[in-house]
Ligand binder design. Structure first.
Ligand code: FE2
Length: 192
């Protein structure tokens, strides 16, 4: 059965740059439309994120490709699993009190009814997300910005071909749970 502890984990240390990052996002124009979804992204500004204790520790320990996602108001980022090169992510929602809802989707309970759990982002806190469990976001009020960073390259399967970058057929939830626990443990060892 889908459990919150398999879907996400709240890090202990608060962000020190959430306000700066949020201001930076609001000042940006020309967000690139990413494929056919409502999903837009930019590389995260290093000059800001390097001032943050958590992000600095993550970068020092191999976490990679920090970026910011933007979602339109009144949009639904449909349910999906991330690619194999991103079995998990650490996210920081860059606003308080936005009417946006992140859901994880589990097994079928009865016919078209599925178990669903919500990740309620607490302002200023980072979350490790199991991105190989189906998830999606309803964003209902205003532009939504999320900082996100991907796990160290050692968590990318050896057979992964960055250029082909497609098949999700090999994602196995059982394996993703192992990766997720290993990452959680790693964060706890870093006292995060
Ligand atoms: Fe995702």
């Amino acid at each position: 059965m889908l459990k919150t502890s398999d879907c996400y984990y709240e890090l202990k240390t608060r962000s020190e740059v959430i306000q700066e990052l949020s201001d930076w996002c609001k000042a940006q124009t020309g967000w690139s439309q990413w494929r056919w979804t409502t999903f837009m992204l930019k590389e995260a500004p290093l000059e800001i994120i390097e001032q943050d204790t958590v992000i600095r520790k993550l970068l020092d320990n191999g976490w990679r490709a920090p970026f910011i996602m933007k979602n339109y108001p009144h949009s639904f980022y449909s349910f999906h699993v991330d690619k194999e090169n991103r079995p998990a992510a650490i996210n920081l929602l860059l606003d308080d009190n936005v009417n946006s809802h992140t859901y994880f989707l589990g097994e079928s309970l009865y016919k078209a009814q599925f178990r669903a759990l919500e990740l309620k982002y607490r302002y200023g806190y980072y979350y490790l997300l199991n991105t190989h469990i189906k998830h999606g976001v309803f964003n209902l009020q205003k532009d939504r910005y999320v900082f996100s960073i991907s796990p160290p390259a050692e968590y990318i399967p050896e057979w992964w071909d960055e250029k082909a970058g497609k098949s999700k057929d090999n994602i196995v939830t059982r394996d993703s749970l192992k990766v997720f626990s290993a990452l959680k443990l790693g964060l706890q060892e870093l006292n995060l």
